[in-house]
Design a protein around this ligand. Structure first.
Ligand code: NCD
Length: 404
């Protein structure tokens, strides 16, 4: 088998492909964002909360570490990664999985002309899950087809998780972004009770509702090549009454892909495109309208030499956040960024980090809980997690609100 053998499968409509990656309503592999539905997102966010709560005590952490202590994970990251790699590793450690890593293919037998698919099958001999990042957009999906073929032949097969595929998809980043948005719009992360803070906000912002529904989301920067944006907008389109603003420089490479734009419009998303953070809509500055701002860096590493010259000469000032611009935003509107941010271009200068709306470090930490929840789902130990939680908090009343 080589990658070209899977071409016909890759060309099928996304719904058919997604069917190949689930079993009895549970994900088998995680390749792209549209595999998630609203109910699964709610369950994963609820589990992430439980894992976070349990982790606060030594007893809870010790118990969590027994959940998957009989499993081993391979982190195969041949493209640069800090947060995704480390937070997956931390998520594995929280649940007791043993981790191993290959980050540089020159240290693997690929230098002896082993095919990448042979490497993957070899990993599956030693490990129980493969979490991977590749510069090839379809590689993780091909690996999942390989695992499905092996399963049909009653051979050993393990789940594949896509930790970032080329410029295409980054489903687990989207998951942690939604988790962060969901937690932010519970308004429970500041001093005071949830009730009083939300009620204060409701007095000022009379239309404000809890949760990700009925919000205005703005995405700014490299929207053409930002795989995190591509995946996140797919997840947010599952929520009700969502509006999306796309703010990108006037260069085809950086703007929202036409296919994705059409899909969003078909999904009923109220969508607007702008060429500056200072733009207005119906006379009102978009900065004053938005409920959540998702910043991204310009992904120069993907530039061709022609793009290097063209994009290098663009004026990026209208796409950079400044304290003045932040001051115009609603007092609760979170600022997200998948990171890394560009320390030269400074789409988010460090003097914004102190602002309570700056959510990007919290967002990165949420990746650990959200990815741990995904592992609990994939290994089907959801009931064990809830049993641990109920045991730890048996005096609390939370057990009535669980969504397994
Ligand atoms: C992003 C990525 O790798 O796609 N980072 C991440 O995973 N947190 C965004 C980027 O590289 O700009």
């Amino acid at each position: 088998m080589d990658l070209s053998d899977y071409e016909w499968q890759l060309k099928r409509p996304v719904r058919m492909r997604a069917n190949d990656f689930e079993r009895e309503g549970r994900l088998k592999h995680v390749l792209f964002a549209s595999q998630f539905n609203r109910s699964l997102l709610d369950k994963l966010c609820a589990m992430a909360d439980k894992i976070r709560e349990l982790s606060k005590s030594k007893q809870g952490s010790d118990d969590l570490r027994h959940l998957l202590s009989h499993k081993r994970a391979m982190l195969y990251f041949t493209q640069p990664s800090t947060r995704t790699f480390l937070s997956f590793m931390a998520a594995c450690q929280i649940l007791g999985l043993t981790c191993n890593e290959v980050r540089d293919p020159s240290t693997s037998s690929e230098v002896k002309r082993e095919s990448p698919l042979d490497s993957i099958r070899m990993f599956s001999s030693y490990f129980d899950i493969i979490i991977m990042r590749s510069k090839l957009p379809d590689f993780a999906e091909c690996c999942a087809y390989l695992m499905n073929d092996l399963e049909r032949q009653e051979r050993r097969s393990v789940p594949i998780i896509n930790g970032g595929a080329g410029t295409d998809q980054h489903p687990t980043q989207a998951l942690l972004d939604v988790y962060t948005i969901q937690r932010t719009f519970q308004f429970d992360h500041h001093e005071g009770t949830r009730r009083s803070r939300f009620h204060d906000l409701r007095r000022k912002y009379t239309d404000l509702t809890l949760g990700p529904d009925r919000k205005v989301y703005a995405f700014c920067g490299d929207l053409g090549r930002g795989r995190t944006v591509r995946s996140l907008v797919e997840l947010l389109s599952l929520f009700e009454g969502v509006t999306m603003y796309f703010i990108a420089p006037n260069h085809e490479t950086l703007q929202l892909d036409v296919d994705l734009r059409n899909r969003l419009v078909d999904a009923g998303i109220n969508l607007h495109e702008f060429d500056s953070l200072d733009a207005t809509l119906d006379g009102v500055p978009i900065l004053e309208r938005l409920d959540c701002l998702y910043m991204t860096r310009i992904q120069r590493e993907h530039n061709s030499s022609q793009q290097e010259a063209e994009i290098g000469s663009l004026d990026l000032a209208p796409f950079l956040l400044t304290p003045e611009r932040v001051a115009r935003m609603k007092s609760y509107a979170p600022i997200l960024h998948p990171f890394p941010r560009d320390s030269v271009v400074q789409e988010i200068p460090t003097d914004i980090d102190q602002d309570p709306r700056a959510m990007y470090f919290r967002q990165a930490r949420n990746g650990m809980w959200a990815r741990a929840a995904l592992l609990v789902h994939l290994f089907n130990v959801v009931d064990d997690l809830y049993d641990l939680y109920d045991q730890a908090f048996k005096d609390g009343s939370d057990s009535n609100t669980r969504t397994r």
